[in-house]
Design a binder for this molecule. Structure first.
Ligand code: FMN
Length: 213
């Protein structure tokens, strides 16, 4: 066994989730924790691990950036033809994970994904710097490309074809909402006796319980 890893152990104790302080709506709670992560100036506090499942049942995880959340769920943007896009098209079930080590917090979210309204994708696409828009337009995300220089060439060719930097959002790029049906808040506590509060969507409301760590 690798002894350096073996001996790594942090005793958590920055915060707690007392029984009397449980929100009724986990989305309010998620908003509070996200605001705290943003105000703590964590690196990429809105980065989340998105896991999707292939048609053969093989899970796959990658980081994407949360761009909004409200009663519809959590919004992120990507290439609809990417590997994750192909998974979602066949199986909308997915999970999201936030880990904010500086706050000793984890949030696990499970739910179903659907494409965002084109107007939402347009609004975000046109708000991005032109360089990011070009990359979104030219990158065949998740496909094999022959070389780094071929990618650069695609970028340069696109720029040459659109010298004004004006072009439409490509249909293959846009937003997805993950609508949660499970949200779990984890707060590290002393002696590995952590707090875990889980919410499950029941009809229009939420049922909550405490889970053993
Ligand atoms: C910090 C960070 C943020 C990222 N944000 C996004 C994002 O918002 N959208 C996206 O499509 N890929 C994003 N990526 C790249 C993905 O992790 C992934 O490489 C890409 O989406 C292709 O995944 P796929 O082949 O599973 O579809 C990000 C990666 C990192 C490390």
């Amino acid at each position: 066994m690798n002894m350096e890893l073996h001996d790594l152990r942090i005793n958590y104790g920055k915060s707690s989730i007392p029984d009397g302080k449980l929100h009724d709506n986990p989305l309010d709670w998620f908003g509070d924790w996200l605001s705290e992560a943003l105000s703590a100036s964590l690196n990429e506090a809105n980065a989340m691990v998105l896991s999707t499942v292939s048609d053969k049942g093989m899970p796959s995880s990658r980081v994407v950036l949360l761009k909004a959340f409200d009663e519809r769920g959590l919004l992120f943007f990507t290439n609809y033809n990417s590997r994750k896009g192909q998974h979602i098209a066949l199986n909308p079930a997915a999970s999201i994970l936030f880990f904010w080590p500086e706050l000793e917090r984890q949030i696990r979210i499970e739910g179903l994904i659907q494409q965002a309204d084109p107007a939402i994708s347009d609004e975000y696409f046109y708000s991005r710097p032109v360089e990011s828009r070009i990359s979104a337009a030219v990158s065949p995300q998740s496909r094999i490309v022959p070389s780094r220089s071929s990618l650069e060439q695609m970028y340069q060719n696109f720029m040459a074809d659109h010298p004004e930097g004006e072009f439409k959002r490509p249909a293959h790029w846009g937003g997805y909402w993950l609508s949660p049906n499970m949200i779990e808040f984890w707060q590290g506590r002393r002696n590995r006796l952590h707090d875990r509060i889980q919410y499950r969507r029941i009809g229009n409301g939420w049922e909550k319980c405490r889970l053993a760590p």
